[in-house]
Design a protein around this ligand. Sequence first.
Ligand code: G3I
Length: 336
Amino acid sequence: EVTVTSLKALANFPIGVAVPESLLTDTAHQDVVIQHFSQLTSENDMKMDAMHPSETTFNFAKADALLSFAEANNLTVHGHVLVWHNQIPDWMRNFSGDTNAWVAMMENHVTTIATKYAGRLETWDVVNEAFNEDGSYRGSAAGDDSVWYTNIGESFIPKAFTAARAADPDVDLYYNDYNLIWNSDKLDGVIQMVNDMQADGVPIDGIGFQSHITVNSPDISTIKAQMQKVVDIRPKIKLKITELDVRMNNEGDAALTTFTAARAEVQKQYYFDIVEAYLDIVPEDQRGGITVWGTNDGGSWLQYFPVPTVEWPLLFNDDFTPKPSLQGFADALEAA
Ligand code: G3I
């Protein structure tokens, strides 16, 4: 039995959820979001393609609507994302110009959007997924896909952060990536970048661990070691779990067709362990919060990526009833 009345009431840091545009017309979904979460991330509507459909046109309508909903319901907003190699409009992918023209184009995107929402967001993912698994920059090896690195070089990252800070002096600025919760080579590359930015006086307030993971993998000792590396950065920055979900299919196994009570208990324990690890390792002043990447299992991106599978990765069933995983998350917050 799940007895959690409000997840967010158990924490003094943001408890977030990524939401689709359909939230705005789905009152059952809204009820659960308002009851349990204190922060929203737009799953797709604040990305480069959504917000900047042509070189001279910005589309603020969807982001505006989400922000209005959030503000009306006492939720803060985590902005996702200013600069990413994926989900960019065709005009950007096909942009022609020298390095200076690419810098001006990128800075115009960052400045326009960060200025538009200045003072209304808690945090921004300024740059997303700019590193390879070996800790090198995405774009630095043949075949890598990154228009930003390819056309500007690694300085696109500090330039994006500098432009974001100039546009919104109060928002916390994050670098966000996947696999940082277990891959130490990749995290070491990111930390080297943070050290360099700090030495150069470039603003950066936090690192986001996306955390799309599989039940019981990575193990908790690995997760804690990765968290500790971020906590130890000086000057201090924050650590935010930005996109947590726990898929139930282990790679290589035959796809599961049922989510048994026994599996639900294993997932509940793993959610408990992850949240407990965060509370154990990350001091209060460095907690950027924990966000799950979707509300109900049926709404998860994992339903169709990379191939359609059923993964039961989140805290609520398809019909928005709570799962044991919600209890696991809550129990860890309560035990702290
Ligand atoms: O809106 C169209 C719809 O009109 C069309 O019929 C349908 C057919 O494919 O596609 C719909 O767009 C999809 C969109 O999600 C909205 O559902 C795109 O194809 C699909 O590619 C897109 O996937 C998103 C993915 O990012 C794209 O990179 C996922 O929803 C979103 O959860 C996922 O989020 C990312 C984070 O931004 C970064 N970290 C990883 C995370 C998971 O991949």
